[in-house]
Write a protein that binds this ligand. Sequence first.
Ligand SMILES: NC(=O)c1ccc[n+]([C@@H]2O[C@H](COP(=O)([O-])OP(=O)(O)OC[C@H]3O[C@@H](n4cnc5c(N)ncnc54)[C@H](O)[C@@H]3O)[C@@H](O)[C@H]2O)c1
Length: 424
Amino acid sequence: MKLDDLQIGIIGLGYVGLPLAVEFGKKYSTVGFDINEPRVQELKSGTDSTLECSSEELGSAPLLTYTSNLESIESCNFYIVTVPTPITDENIPDLTPLKKASEALSQVISKGDIVVFESTVYPGATEEVCIPIIEKNSGFIFNKDFFAGYSPERINPGDKVNRLTTIMKITSGSTPEIANFVDSVYSSVIDAGTHKASSIKVAEAAKVIENTQRDLNIAIINEFAKIFNRLDIDTEEVLKAAGTKWNFLPFKPGLVGGHCISVDPYYLTHKAQEVGYRPEVILAGRRINDGMGEYVATQLVKKLAKEKIHIDEAKVLIMGFTFKGDCPDVRNTKIIDIIKELQDFNMKVDVYDSWASKDEVKNEYNIELIDELKHEEYDAIVLAVDHSETKNMGINRLRSLGKKQHIIYDVKHVLSIGEADIRL
Ligand SMILES: NC(=O)c1ccc[n+]([C@@H]2O[C@H](COP(=O)([O-])OP(=O)(O)OC[C@H]3O[C@@H](n4cnc5c(N)ncnc54)[C@H](O)[C@@H]3O)[C@@H](O)[C@H]2O)c1
């Protein structure tokens, strides 16, 4: 296959798939396929509810079309799979979307086609889970009739600086020739260049450890914060001081939600356990990060008690619900843990977030977001997400939302040191 012959099919048009489809659609004939019909309709009408692509960006890819009809991707010869890879309630990888996408692919691929997976998985998933499904259902033989690659996505939703084309991309292929071709396809659209890994498994492992390392780095800072809170030392001040050493890593404490950092480590620990190794450090980090919502709520309750503010029926405002700042994604947000814990103390909790979709929050979490901020209403205000909007409000406006006596808890270090009553 030559670059000129490329007909790209992207399976899954979410946070990862859409920007990729747009980039390829500037250069190559590209069809974006998604099983979610409303998602396809919104993209056809020029809107992206994930806010990753503006209408202008969507319009900048003249060779891109969208479909929810599987037959419409039959003529493609280079498929890229970007479907979700969640975990179950028991923290076990749920490969259902990936398996379904593989089944769908087996109905549309032709001899000589290449299938590249981008979804985050554990090392081995592409060749042990996806390829056998395609082989079985298509009757084709792997590395003879069709080929594979793996190129993990590294985008950071909401980040307008580090974009798809400015982040170096890892590539790999099922044979040396295919690895070279996959690499040349990505190099043709990624300005930052590519790193060709020696195998699909290496590329899979690289992605999953990037996020696992990040999760652990945040976990140790969260542990520091818990210690410093007991010692009555401000964590940010300590981090600022320690950060003057060249090799001290600049991580912050916080809630780790979303469907990457808080999920991907479980893919690695699952595989580790399958091969007889019980990971200790990774799971300890997960436990600390998963417990931070409850910790924040407990800290708030203690502070209210200390200030002699009635806990029963106290009114609390939670500023922010998305899993991170300036991003509409509410999947796996840990703010819900704070809310549930406070409600268990019989507090009345209002949640404000102008980034989040009211309908999605209602459907997924049964929470009614408030539209307007009320004055002199709250016993406690929790700055849970570092949206620019919250930062820009400043301490005086935030204090005006509180009753005469109230507590401001700055979880995300949105305010300057000394402005809030408690900080993580
Ligand atoms: N969002 C991120 O920041 C990010 C970054 C790097 C890697 N990843 C990884 O990329 C993958 C995709 O993540 P995302 O955030 O884009 O997910 P997403 O939920 O935003 O999008 C996935 C899309 O796939 C569609 N889909 C599901 N099953 C399908 C199927 N069988 N056929 C066709 N379409 C299907 C869904 O309708 C959805 O539109 C995951 O493995 C994730 O871990 C995500």
